[in-house]
Design a protein around this ligand. Structure first.
Ligand SMILES: Cc1cc2nc3c(=O)[nH]c(=O)nc-3n(C[C@H](O)[C@H](O)[C@H](O)COP(=O)(O)O)c2cc1C
Length: 222
């Protein structure tokens, strides 16, 4: 059993978070979730709580939980917890599903302006990460996506990856050369926006299979 931290970003694929959370728990893992503000547009944290009555901030961290009382004018007191550091300490693995284009860009550039990206920025690269991107086909096909994925993978040791290759081959190379690093490629289907093309988040069962592989063999060699 492992401590799985699930990061959720503002993709429509976040509607599948309750399904993914159930699969992770059914596999015997402890689960905590950290979500961006946009992620909250697509799922209700209450759905993840077995009691289904109130949101449990220990289970689902929002940005408000990182800054308790901020809107009421309260200030940090010495000894107060720093939530993103507590989460990176607790977690054995960081799964970001769905990973949207915005947060992918932040990961690639070291921007840490919310709790989720602070966990990423503070992450111990000796522990595995799994990323499941999800975005519209036009976003996925934009050259920035490949540039960002390469940058992120390089932080996990995936250097000297040749240029000019198909997406599947590139992702396979990044996964093979990165340590503790796995991208679960998006799939082709009719997207929520009505377009048909690549960009839909992989099936939750595929994501769980990748998570299990990375926990069993963190070096990530498939
Ligand atoms: C209905 C809706 C669906 C969206 N779906 C996606 C998506 O699948 N992938 C994506 O990259 N952005 C998507 N976006 C845009 C992101 O939510 C937006 O870039 C946001 O700033 C992301 O913030 P975050 O990365 O902090 O979660 C969507 C926006 C809306 C309103």
């Amino acid at each position: 059993m492992s401590n799985v931290l699930l990061g959720v970003t503002g993709s429509v694929a976040a509607v599948k978070v309750p399904e993914l959370a159930n699969l992770i728990r059914a596999a015997g893992h402890d689960l905590k979730v950290v979500t961006t503000a946009s992620g909250l547009y697509f799922f209700d944290p209450v759905e993840l709580d077995p009691s289904r009555v109130v949101r449990n901030p220990e289970l689902v961290t929002t940005d408000a939980d990182e800054w308790p009382g901020k809107d009421e004018g309260e200030r940090y007191r010495r000894g107060d917890e720093v939530r993103h550091i507590e989460l990176r300490r607790w977690a054995d693995i960081f799964l970001v599903a769905p990973l949207d284009a915005n947060t992918m860009g932040k990961f690639a550039n070291g921007i840490c302006d919310n709790c989720l990206t602070c966990v990423w920025r503070a992450w111990d690269s000796a522990k595995p990460v799994v990323l499941a991107p999800a975005m519209n086909t036009h976003m996925w096909d934009h050259p920035m996506t490949r540039r960002h994925l390469r940058c992120i993978a390089m932080d996990f040791g995936a250097s000297h990856v040749p240029g000019l290759m198909e997406d599947d081959a590139l992702i396979a190379q990044l996964n093979a050369r990165g340590r503790n690093f796995r991208i679960v490629p998006p799939v082709t289907k009719r997207l929520a926006c009505g377009d048909t093309g690549v960009g839909a988040m992989a099936d939750t069962t595929t994501i769980l299979a990748n998570l299990s592989e990375m926990l069993a063999s963190p070096s990530g060699t498939p």
